[in-house]
Design a protein around this ligand. Structure first.
Ligand code: GLN
Length: 223
């Protein structure tokens, strides 16, 4: 069985465990809440949950996990949701004063709290071309969510695939209408090589297609 760790320092880690347990693929998995470098060493893959990216990075440092996490990202599948997506990015805008420690892994630039204060949280239907049952939209739950600004893979990097995007025309009122140069802002789930990133919270809905995608495509596919 593959050991899927969930970084359990702060944020929505318990909800990820529940979502993984409900998968039909769950019999192929062992789920482990990760709090120490010893826990991480047992994992074949890792989920970094939503929460507060600066706090998660600080707690990781205090737990001695910063360097082990950076090494892990280089070789094993990692899925970052929301704050976890920020940590998995190569560059961040709107970082807190004093900066933000990142793990890298995805060749993108992301903006913290990028939807602005008037739309701190919203729900929106997503087009999910990369998932099972793609004609059925997914209800994306965004909470002080980051926004993807730019994709910049080099020729040595694995290509980036868009797995889900905000459906144009169905943006909640209050969000500025997006023009063509803003296209990356509509991307809300990306896959690059072993890694997966969602700027919203799939673990807060009962639709587990994103959990199924990560397990099938990133965790079990390489086995
Ligand atoms: N705004 C948070 C951050 O910057 C992320 C919010 C979330 O994970 N729901 O870390």
């Amino acid at each position: 069985r593959s050991v899927v760790g969930i970084l359990a320092l702060q944020g929505a880690f318990a909800e990820h465990r529940t979502a993984l347990e409900k998968l039909s693929l769950s019999r192929k998995l062992q789920i482990l809440l990760v709090k120490t470098p010893e826990d991480l060493a047992q994992c074949d893959a890792l989920i970094i949950p939503g929460g507060e990216s600066t706090t998660i990075a600080l707690l990781a440092r205090l737990a001695g996990l910063s360097e082990p996490l950076k090494e892990f990202v280089k070789v094993k599948p990692v899925w970052g949701t929301c704050a976890g997506a920020i940590l998995l990015s190569q560059a961040v805008e709107n970082a807190k004063k004093g900066g933000q420690e990142l793990l890298g892994g995805m060749s993108i630039t992301i903006a913290r709290n990028g939807w602005g204060s008037q739309v701190e949280s919203f729900e929106a239907p997503l087009e999910v071309e990369g998932l099972r049952d793609p004609s059925s939209p997914f209800n994306g739950v965004f909470i002080r969510a980051p926004v993807i600004l730019q994709l910049h893979p080099t020729t040595d990097d694995p290509p980036i695939t868009v797995v889900a995007r905000l459906a144009p025309g169905l943006l909640p009122s209050g969000l500025a209408t997006l023009n063509a140069s803003d296209e990356p802002r509509t991307f809300v789930a990306l896959r690059q090589g072993l890694h997966f990133l969602t700027t919203f919270h799939p673990e807060l809905t009962n639709d587990n297609r994103f959990h199924e995608y990560f397990v099938r495509e990133c965790v079990l596919a390489g086995k």
